[in-house]
Design a protein around this ligand. Structure first.
Ligand SMILES: Cc1ncc(C[n+]2csc(CCOP(=O)(O)OP(=O)(O)O)c2C)c(N)n1
Ligand SMILES: [Mg+2]
Length: 380
């Protein structure tokens, strides 16, 4: 496939916008085109929330082993550095097709998946690179997949949106918004049917909640008592549409009441809060075989995908959430709790940079899939 044929129109102009420049704040304020407030947290509140979360993290840290804390931070930093590299190589044409980055949302994938047992199952949407790595797919296999190379985890035929590994219990990587909610519910049904005690984590964005699939699946999961945890990553936008413009009731966790399902609202900037809520849900699923809906409020620092001109939110809004950066928060808490110091952070960053570079080198050297691969794994 010619590399440029399916590339999004990402280069030059659009990528200079505020939403596509991680950690950079645009000098010019983008117009809020819908004329509505796109969120409800004032800057003062953002900093108050940051302080409050730091206090909470510092007390939870005492009850968690330092090796686990270090691994959590490493996975978050790896996710961030790996995806910054994805954006860089995408812009120079090394990656084709769609590419949705997870930058800003790392605490959600790491806090949830790292609470699982290795034999538990995960299914997600298209913003899937980091979650795939946390579930055990190597950075090399993820990067090679992004490059469309034979060394990718699905042989280079899936690309950014379709990371998958049956062996590691990672069932995609799905591009149809909300489609994976039904499949994830079915996966949990299969575990119940087989009598295992495996749990399924099913991720989706808040825009998928408006679809019938969400309501039908939650109804069945509660009715049949399925061991599934529905994780709504509420980053507050579905492409360029704010949640306020698309949803009549903004508190997604409350929607569980319609099905008699347990639910929790979690701050997605706090990896330890996410982990604690997930542990409670896992216990419910494993012991009682019953489902939970977690609404994890987060924010994506980048555009919806690499082609997003980002005209629908202001640079002030992005900056405000960047001040609550989940990695920065976790590092500050670990430092103030005297668990790690700058030297430890540097070592983690060096390791993450090396792993990312190794992944890029592997992808660059991996061949394109053989032409005969066009006819393998084709079901239609
Ligand atoms: C059924 C369906 N409708 C529309 C689309 C186009 N689309 C792709 S991503 C997206 C927004 C989804 O937003 P959300 O679920 O909040 O996830 P996020 O991108 O914020 O992670 C839309 C509408 C699609 N892929 N599938
Ligand atoms: Mg969203």
């Amino acid at each position: 496939m010619p590399k440029t044929a399916t590339r999004q129109k990402a280069e030059t102009k659009t990528n200079k916008s505020s939403t596509n420049g991680a950690f950079k704040t645009a000098s010019k304020t983008n117009a809020n085109t819908n004329g509505q407030a796109t969120d409800s947290i004032a800057p003062k509140m953002a900093s108050a929330e940051h302080k409050q979360r730091k206090q909470a993290q510092k007390s939870s840290i005492k009850n968690i082993k330092p090796e686990l804390l270090k691994e959590m931070l490493y996975q978050m930093v790896l996710g961030r550095i790996f995806e910054q590299k994805c954006a860089e190589v995408y812009r120079i044409g090394k990656i084709g097709g769609f590419c949705h980055l997870y930058i800003g949302q790392e605490a959600v994938g790491i806090g949830t998946i790292m609470a699982l047992r290795p034999d538990d199952l995960v299914i997600t949407a298209y913003r899937d690179h980091v979650q795939a790595m946390v579930k055990g797919i190597t950075p090399e296999a993820v990067m090679a997949e992004l490059y469309g190379r034979a060394g990718g985890n699905v042989g280079g035929k899936g690309g950014s949106m379709h990371m998958f590994s049956k062996e590691l219990g990672f069932y995609g990587g799905h591009g149809i918004v909300g489609g994976q909610i039904g499949v994830g519910t079915g996966m949990a049904y299969a575990q119940k049917y087989k009598g295992t005690d495996q749990v399924t984590l099913c991720f989706f964005g808040e825009a998928a909640v408006n679809q019938g699939m969400f309501h039908e699946s939650l109804n069945m999961a509660q009715l049949w008592k399925l061991p599934v945890i529905f994780i709504c990553e509420n980053n507050q936008y579905g492409m360029g549409t704010s949640q306020a413009r698309a949803m009549s009731m903004s508190n997604i966790a409350d929607k569980a009441a319609a099905f008699g399902m347990a639910s929790e609202f979690v701050d997605g900037m706090d990896v330890l809060a996410v982990r604690a809520a997930t542990e409670r849900a896992i216990e419910r699923a494993r012991k009682d075989g019953s489902p939970t809906l977690l609404e994890v409020r987060c924010y994506r620092f980048m555009g919806h995908s690499m082609s997003d001109p980002g005209k629908y939110r202001t640079s002030e809004e992005i900056k405000k959430y960047q001040e609550r950066d989940p990695i920065f928060l976790f590092k500050e808490s670990l430092k103030e709790a005297k668990v790690f110091d700058e030297k430890d952070f540097e070592e983690i960053e060096v390791r993450a940079k090396e792993a990312t570079q190794k992944a890029v080198d592997f992808a660059e050297q991996s061949p394109f899939p053989d032409e005969k691969e066009l006819f393998t794994d084709v079901l239609a």
